[in-house]
Ligand binder design. Structure first.
Ligand SMILES: NC(=O)c1ccc[n+]([C@@H]2O[C@H](COP(=O)([O-])OP(=O)(O)OC[C@H]3O[C@@H](n4cnc5c(N)ncnc54)[C@H](OP(=O)(O)O)[C@@H]3O)[C@@H](O)[C@H]2O)c1
Length: 220
């Protein structure tokens, strides 16, 4: 049975990805930071190298075929008013955590010739509103997966979703304005992103790409 490490398995998208991988008989070890998630799950704070050390010790004897990096935080502010520590934290969770994931677990993928998918955002490729720091942190993933794939010869890719459907925001003005701007008049379904993650993990001919999944938002 293939085994995946899912970083940030506690979010709604994380849970959808776990369900999709398990439906394809992939055994999933999820990590969470503050919100414990179901299934086999272990704590990891992606901003802490000590936390990565501890997880590496726990998984010392575990082989990995796949890694999904889903941890991410989103904040909005004009850049002039943005606190520097918020900027640093967004980059730390969204980008530096992927670097640490590779640093601590990349050798397991090297050994299995496995693959990695990082969750980026549509904002990596299309500006949001007062989100330049978030957009740049997700944009950095695009360069990172491309260069790391070239460096390692492994399948390292990213998905870039538009606004995800979730009970938290479905009725907001923000969600309504996203819907109006798409070709489908809808938010992006979690299960569609989870399917794309599974596809990219398995597909043997895609290297270093960021695949947009936005219901046509960026075409208008
Ligand atoms: N929601 C959207 O519309 C949207 C659109 C495009 C891209 N995305 C991206 O999709 C991914 C999932 O989004 P979501 O909306 O499902 O996320 P969410 O509900 O905001 O959850 C964020 C996830 O990141 C984890 N996380 C936060 N800080 C962490 C830390 N210091 N160490 C380890 N994990 C940490 C959280 O873990 P705990 O809950 O355990 O603390 C949680 O699993 C993110 O990368 C996000 O940027 C989301």
């Amino acid at each position: 049975m293939k085994r995946a490490l899912l970083i940030g398995g506690s979010s709604p998208l994380g849970m959808a990805i776990r369900g999709e991988l398990e439906a394809h008989s992939i055994s999933v070890i999820s990590t969470y930071n503050e919100n414990k998630c179901g299934g086999e799950s272990l704590r990891l704070d992606v901003t802490s190298e000590e936390s990565f050390e501890a997880l590496r010790r726990e998984l010392e004897r575990v082989n990995l075929d796949y890694i999904v990096y889903n941890s991410g935080i989103f904040t909005e502010s004009s850049q002039r008013n943005l606190e520097t520590d918020v900027f640093d934290r967004v980059f730390s969770v969204n980008m530096r955590g992927l670097f640490l994931t590779w640093k601590y677990f990349g050798e397991k993928l090297d050994a299995s010739r496995g693959s990695l998918v990082a969750v980026s955002s549509m904002n990596a490729l299309h500006p949001g509103s007062s989100t330049s720091h978030y957009d740049a942190s997700k944009g950095a993933l695009t360069s990172y997966v491309r260069s790391l794939s070239a460096e390692t010869g492994l399948r390292i890719n990213a998905v870039a979703p538009g606004l995800l459907s979730s009970s938290r925001i479905n009725n907001s003005d923000f969600a309504e304005s996203f819907r109006r701007h798409t070709l489908t008049h809808s938010l992006v379904e979690l299960k569609d992103v989870a399917c794309l993650v599974y596809f990219l993990l398995k597909c043997e001919s895609i290297y270093g790409q960021t695949i947009l999944i936005d219901n046509g938002y960026t075409l208008k």
